[in-house]
Design a protein around this ligand. Sequence first.
Ligand SMILES: CC(C)(COP(=O)(O)OP(=O)(O)OC[C@H]1O[C@@H](n2cnc3c(N)ncnc32)[C@H](O)[C@@H]1OP(=O)(O)O)[C@@H](O)C(=O)NCCC(=O)NCCS
Length: 152
Amino acid sequence: MGPNEVKIRTARPGDMAGMVTLLKMLFAIEADFRIDSQSQERGLSLLLKSPSALVLAAEAGGQVVGMVTGQLVISTSEGAPSLWAEDLVVDPAWRGRGIGRRLMQAVAAWAKERGATRLQLLVDQGNQTGQAFHRSIGYQLTRMICMRKHQE
Ligand SMILES: CC(C)(COP(=O)(O)OP(=O)(O)OC[C@H]1O[C@@H](n2cnc3c(N)ncnc32)[C@H](O)[C@@H]1OP(=O)(O)O)[C@@H](O)C(=O)NCCC(=O)NCCS
């Protein structure tokens, strides 16, 4: 594999440090999420073990230069599984080369194989690049907004 070649593959425990670094970049632009390496590592470990989740890494020159995670939930509206895609981020030095698109295609293909009929994700209101990216690969705004609370 040449130094500029990028491979999309399932993430492994050895990718942890690279993925935690990428999530730090992502959460720095998402006001709703908290940068905490230990939490990020715990979350990624849970995803790596989960049978209904997928963690994908984009690897170039032995480094993780991009990632996305996907989880299946069951939708009563669809009467089928649907995908929550999260944690999409590409290292700034590697953006604009189709890696984000390839990561999203790969997680969508994984979900399709498992019967998912709908794909969904959250984007920060101020993240214009993220919104433009998702629009360009076919996502549309819905009328739903996100509400949440932490456990008491
Ligand atoms: C969003 C992000 C993952 C895109 O990754 P990427 O590898 O640069 O994207 P791609 O090269 O696959 O781009 C695919 C398409 O998205 C669109 N796009 C990508 N970056 C864009 C930008 N800055 N502005 C407008 N459109 C953009 C283009 O239409 C592009 O198609 P083209 O290559 O035919 O022009 C990357 O910019 C990133 O990591 N951003 C910070 C984290 C983030 O916002 N994550 C998403 C949270 S929901």
